[in-house]
Design a protein. Structure first.
Length: 250
């Protein structure tokens, strides 16, 4: 029997994440449809381990997969080639990592970058507007790779306290998105955030050290981390020492 998908009216709370469709369903992890895509609903969703993901022509779909792909920042795999890239980047004066310099440019660039295995975008115009509003509210952030005065790559994420939820990355230059992710890992390590939510399992994320954990463990982590003092969303060059301890400061 096909499971029933709850339809959310604007005033309805989210169902418990544990009630999401399981692996026997046509869409494992799907929790509900409908509701509003605004700051209050996005804030409530993320703090319960829920996120929106849907395509053009679909209603807003809310997900909470089990297991959950998570990057423990202490387990980040800094491969030799990426280490060399970071060392060069760190010591090049016209290269820098910035946080929240141009969130809008980052999310618009991510909207043009398909997810692994997809041909089109999932970051629709209404989703861009919703996350720009979440950024203005202080809960969505961009980590940006700047090269020679140009935005070469970056990512955006959501954060409550020290609960960090990765969303999407883009690159206009080789390894620019990996540099941004490395910077986010370094920032999280420096400020005591233990995990970055990656939502779904991909080969690329697994190669960097991300792994699946039970949804219940993920939600327990979010419940604790979101109550911790908020992170300071600014990148300091000294944070590179979290990943490159043997490299002199530029």
């Amino acid at each position: 029997m096909k499971p029933t998908l709850p339809w959310l009216e604007p005033e309805d709370p989210f169902p418990a994440a544990a009630s999401a469709w399981d692996h026997r369903s046509p869409a494992p992890g799907l929790l509900a449809a409908g509701g509003l895509l605004d700051v209050p609903h996005l804030s409530a969703a993320y703090q319960q381990g829920i996120f929106p993901w849907y395509s053009a022509g679909q209603p807003t779909l809310w997900w909470s997969p089990d297991p959950r792909m998570v990057l423990h920042v202490a387990e980040f795999r800094l491969h030799r080639s990426l280490r060399k890239t970071l060392q060069r980047f760190r010591t090049t004066p016209v290269h820098e990592v910035c946080v929240d310099r141009d969130f809008s440019a980052v999310i618009h660039a991510c909207a043009l970058t398909p997810r692994d295995g997809q041909s089109g975008t999932w970051i629709l115009p209404e989703m861009v507007r919703a996350y720009e509003a979440l950024h203005e509210a202080g809960h969505a952030h961009s980590v940006e790779t700047w090269m020679d005065g140009r935005l070469a790559g970056g990512l955006y994420c959501v954060a409550f306290g020290r609960a960090v939820f990765g969303e999407s990355m883009f690159a206009h230059a080789t390894d620019a998105s990996k540099i941004a992710l490395s910077a986010l890992v370094a920032l999280c390590r420096a400020q005591g955030a233990e995990r970055i939510d990656c939502q779904q399992n991909t080969r690329h994320l697994a190669s960097l050290g991300a792994r699946e954990i039970p949804r219940s463990a993920f939600i327990d982590h979010v419940g604790r981390a979101r109550q911790e003092p908020p992170m300071q969303w600014a990148f300091q060059p000294l944070y590179w020492s979290e990943l490159l301890p043997d490299t002199p400061l530029a």
